[in-house]
Design a protein around this ligand. Structure first.
Ligand code: HEM
Ligand SMILES: *[C@@H]1O[C@H](CO)[C@@H](O)[C@H](O)[C@H]1NC(C)=O
Ligand SMILES: *[C@@H]1O[C@H](CO)[C@@H](O)[C@H](O)[C@H]1NC(C)=O
Ligand SMILES: *[C@@H]1O[C@H](CO)[C@@H](O)[C@H](O)[C@H]1NC(C)=O
Ligand SMILES: *[C@@H]1O[C@H](CO)[C@@H](O)[C@H](O)[C@H]1NC(C)=O
Ligand SMILES: *[C@@H]1O[C@H](CO)[C@@H](O)[C@H](O)[C@H]1NC(C)=O
Ligand SMILES: *[C@@H]1O[C@H](CO)[C@@H](O)[C@H](O)[C@H]1NC(C)=O
Length: 316
């Protein structure tokens, strides 16, 4: 599907949207607010916009004036430098292809950012990029309660792995890396006019489900079985506040190795604090981005320290 001439209803973008009724999911509410008709196709479009923007940074017009650096852009979280790009480019041997160690896989093999800017997942339908992006549209759509998902080919149900731990286990992700990712998702939503009141519980739920070490097996996608879901597994990650089950995570968390000499994911960018937090606005080129990201995260209440209930009450 092509959305080159996508027209967002101006009423929703830029001005205060009426408060979301508590019985309407985030997906349904914002699909109606931004795209008018609450169809499967429009819900797919909403998730395409939100995921693509989270991945590559804000690219659509209009937005509400919130800059989104994007998951592929290096930045900082809570005073720690983060660079997630090598996990996606094949720079690290960190993908789970089913073997006993991580493999280098290029997930930007479907045209990279160019098709994402045209509101597409990839420039083909067979690349690693296509599969990853469509799975993200499906997964986050279910998290956000898209009621029309799975009712037609316009927006299929999630068909990927049921364990986010298995998918991400060879990445050995840190609190800063997961916090940065969640912040980009929240900033993306905010850039389309999703209110802080609606984003706060999403950030909290993502942190609770995926951002805590030793989190007990649980169901995320209602049609899939219970499985381990912790994405944050290195020793900087906070331990699950309830029912921590460290014994279930049998594989030792090991930092992935560089897949080639040019990759830039040094140990510094993977977890060592480079400043002590709030006061360091460095003169580097990424300083403004870093500060904007940090401030937005604080404003939105997104943080690995956040602990609260699951998605059931909040989103579904
Ligand atoms: C915090 C919430 C996160 C959620 C909900 C999430 C969700 C997902 C989902 C649904 C998939 C597709 C799985 C499949 O196709 O079976 C995936 C894959 C992937 N994610 Fe995440 N993710 C999160 C955080 C991260 C972070 C922090 C990174 C850091 C680089 C990351 C990197 C990746 C990569 C590289 C893949 C492809 C892995 C592969 O297929 O081997 N994700 N993620
Ligand atoms: C939400 O509640 C209102 C008022 O009770 C009702 O009119 C509406 O149909 C409900 N919407 C959904 C999606 O259940
Ligand atoms: C919404 O659906 C109605 C009825 O199917 C249709 O006439 C209208 O063109 C649709 N509007 C948009 C913006 O898709
Ligand atoms: C991203 O958003 C910021 C803030 O609204 C804006 O200044 C910038 O031009 C946007 N970037 C793109 C590529 O649209
Ligand atoms: C899609 O992008 C890839 C990677 O940039 C490129 O090799 C391929 O030729 C492109 N395919 C099409 C159909 O544009
Ligand atoms: C090496 O890693 C970088 C990113 O870290 C990637 O852009 C490049 O394509 C990789 N080169 C090879 C030959 O795999
Ligand atoms: C930020 O880092 C400090 C010190 O490392 C830690 O105590 C705090 O919990 C972190 N905050 C967030 C939101 O991750």
């Amino acid at each position: 599907m092509l959305f080159k001439s996508l027209a967002l209803t101006a009423a929703a973008v830029g001005s205060a949207v009426a408060q979301r009724p508590s019985n309407e999911s985030l997906c349904d509410y914002y699909t109606t607010a931004l795209l008018m008709n609450n169809t499967a196709a429009n819900q797919m479009t909403l998730l395409t916009l939100v995921v693509n923007t989270a991945v590559i940074g804000n690219y659509t017009t209009p937005n509400v004036g919130i800059m989104v650096p994007g998951i592929l852009t290096p930045g900082t979280f809570n005073g720690t430098e983060v660079n997630l790009a090598p996990y996606f480019s094949g720079g690290l041997a960190s993908s789970n292809t089913g073997g006993s160690s991580g493999m280098s896989v290029n997930f930007l093999d479907g045209g990279g950012a160019a098709p994402l800017k045209m509101n597409m997942p990839a420039n083909d339908t067979t690349s690693n990029q296509y599969i990853l992006l469509t799975h993200l549209y499906e997964y986050f759509g279910t998290l956000l309660g898209c009621s029309m998902q799975g009712t037609s080919n316009d927006y299929p149900a999630y068909s990927g792995d049921n364990s986010m731990y298995e998918v991400h286990k060879f990445m050995d992700l840190s609190a800063a890396e997961v916090g940065y990712f969640i912040t980009q998702v929240a900033l993306s939503g905010a850039s389309f006019g999703v209110t802080a009141d609606d984003l706060q519980p999403v950030g909290t739920a993502l942190s609770t489900l995926f951002g805590h070490r030793c989190a007990a097996a649980t169901v995320v996608i209602p049609t899939q079985p219970s499985a381990l879901q912790a994405i944050c597994i290195d020793d900087t990650c906070p331990i699950a506040a309830t029912s921590a089950d460290c014994a279930a995570y049998t594989m030792a968390a090991v930092e992935p190795v560089s897949a080639n000499s040019s990759n830039m994911a040094s140990s510094t960018t993977r977890g060592t604090a480079t400043s002590t937090g709030s006061s360091t606005a460095t003169a580097t080129s990424s300083g403004a981005v870093a500060t904007a990201t940090k401030n937005a995260a604080a404003q939105l209440g997104v943080g690995m320290a956040a602990v609260a209930g699951g998605f059931a009450a909040l989103l579904l």
